[in-house]
Design a protein around this ligand. Sequence first.
Ligand code: MLT
Length: 273
Amino acid sequence: MTPTTPLNVLTFRTGPGDLLPVVLLHAFPLDARMWDDVARLAPGSRTVLAVDLPGLGGSAGLGMSPPSLDDAADAVAQTLTGLDVERAVIVGLSMGGYVALALLDRHPDRVAGLGLLDTRSTADDDAARANRLRVAAELESSGTVDAVRPMATALLGETTRTLRPELADRVGALIGQQTVAGVAWSQRAMAARPDRTAVLRRFAGPALVLVGDEDVAAPVAEAEHMVQALAAPHLVVVPHAGHLTAIEDPACVAEALGELAAQADTNDHRIHG
Ligand code: MLT
């Protein structure tokens, strides 16, 4: 693992050392602030951290190496080591889920519990990969993040778009604060990611698979595919929510994560004493 500058971490809460921390990994093209409401509503007193992935939010990019979520996962692992967090409940939404799976693949001992929200374990097909590379090139040639601004509405569910259109403004503001380099790097890194369904088959710990029933970007069928691969899954389908469940229904997400973390504590105490 090449040493990197630590990633920027939002420490939402610092809790007692006998409870596993929860580490939150955000979606594309956003940053750790997308977890504000979930962190505020998270039950209990455990530590809650949210990491800005490379090149996004307050985190520096990873330099000139080819874009790779493996490197992003290594950077998360190194950052947690720097914070004395050896094992945690790792939770990722969409791109954050891809990074969580890369972390599980490359650093399995770090993952005491796994939360996969509005994400998939499968790789892109050729058309999706080509589209990501096209968008990355467009970002760079325009010098703006305009090519991904429509995601502010597209990622939300139809119910949210209709009843709470102000949430699109909040997501749009987060997108507008990202750098072209960080967004383009993330697109290319996602394009290069492998299928990681087999990684799920090797994970024996507690896992939450959560998805909005109006999620078009990572639909319920993708969640069911992951559930089938896991040994101890809990599936939560969030009604009337789209792809950004953590923003659209943070109370539901916070409750499900609280249950996952409690299970991970019990499991870890049983295994490690
Ligand atoms: C995300 O929300 O992180 C993106 O939809 C992920 C992707 O583009 O696959």
